[in-house]
Design a protein. Structure first.
Length: 300
């Protein structure tokens, strides 16, 4: 047990660095449409998971009750929409703005839990919503976006990514009550990948003709943020409180912003930094309530 405790800080650091790299890797795939990047990330992650599950479970690879099939399909739809909106937002706004805004999904989970699941709303959520919303308005007003004149559009896309991620997480609450995490991951990732491939096909874009570096980034996105990053957080939840892990998740926008500065040369203005700090503070306050949603680790 002591050994696990000693390794957990290193594991969490590796996990957060992996997740923080997601936006950078997406930016490096600039010759591929966002829908192709998203499909590749989820498709490769699914393919990597299947052999291990097949070896340990045999023919009963997935354990999804028939009554939950519809929920899994909608979960995949929301996850596909989340990645499409968020990855597209990175073409129009800065990494810091995009990642900070899309990380507001715990707040929308809280609102959805109140509206749809009839869970009690609490004062911390209301304060968090007001603070995060104020920060979002400040970013939208001040963010001129590096390399783009349409930062507001990108910020709205990131907000759409946060809302659809919340739908995915709310469905996950329902399914995960009866389904193990690996069955859920493989099924919902697979559904999302198929949906994104269909959208790509209908849009007339394919999976070939990109730089070899782009294909390397596809693999890195699946392995680093999708499997290693989320896997480390899920492992940490077995040994640490959900509250502590959910606070660690707030390091993602900070890490992404630092990486964007070091690797992409992106800088942030004072007003943008203040707005980002307000949003992160709002998320922190909102997740201190009784309905805190650590499931937010299962997205980007």
């Amino acid at each position: 047990m002591n050994r696990h405790r000693m390794l957990l800080p290193l594991l969490l650091a590796v996990g957060m660095l992996s997740i923080s790299s997601s936006a950078i890797l997406v930016r490096w795939c600039d010759d591929a449409p966002p829908v192709v990047i998203a499909a590749a990330r989820l498709g490769i992650a699914t393919i990597v998971l299947i052999p291990g599950l097949a070896a340990t479970r045999g023919v009963r690879l997935l354990r999804i009750p028939p009554k939950l099939t519809g929920y899994v399909l909608f979960g995949g739809l929301f996850l596909a929409a989340h990645f499409f909106f968020w990855m597209t937002s990175l073409r129009h706004t800065s990494v810091l703005s995009s990642v900070v805004i899309v990380t507001t999904n715990p707040i929308f989970v809280g609102i959805g839990s109140w509206l749809l699941l009839r869970e009690r709303i609490y004062a911390a959520l209301i304060v968090g919503i007001c603070l995060a919303a104020s920060g979002g308005v400040l970013i939208s007003i001040s963010d001129h976006s590096v390399g783009s004149e349409n930062g507001l559009y990108g910020n709205l896309l990131a907000l759409g990514g946060a809302v659809t991620a919340s739908g995915y997480l709310l469905i996950g609450r329902k399914v995960r009550a009866e389904v193990d995490v690996f069955s859920y991951m493989v099924s919902v990732y697979g559904v999302a990948a198929v949906i994104l491939c269909a959208v790509a096909s209908l849009s007339g874009v394919g999976a070939v003709g990109y730089r070899w570096q782009t294909y390397a980034c596809f693999v890195a996105l699946a392995i680093a943020p999708q499997l290693l990053g989320h896997g480390s957080l899920n492992y940490a939840l077995k040994h640490l409180s959900a509250t502590f892990v959910s606070v660690c998740i707030l390091a993602e926008p900070v890490g992404a912003g630092i990486l964007a500065y070091l690797l992409l040369g992106e800088t942030a203005g004072t007003a943008q930094l203040i707005g980002a700090a307000m949003i992160l503070a709002g998320i922190f306050i909102a997740t201190r309530g009784p309905s805190a949603a650590p499931e937010s680790a299962e997205v980007r």
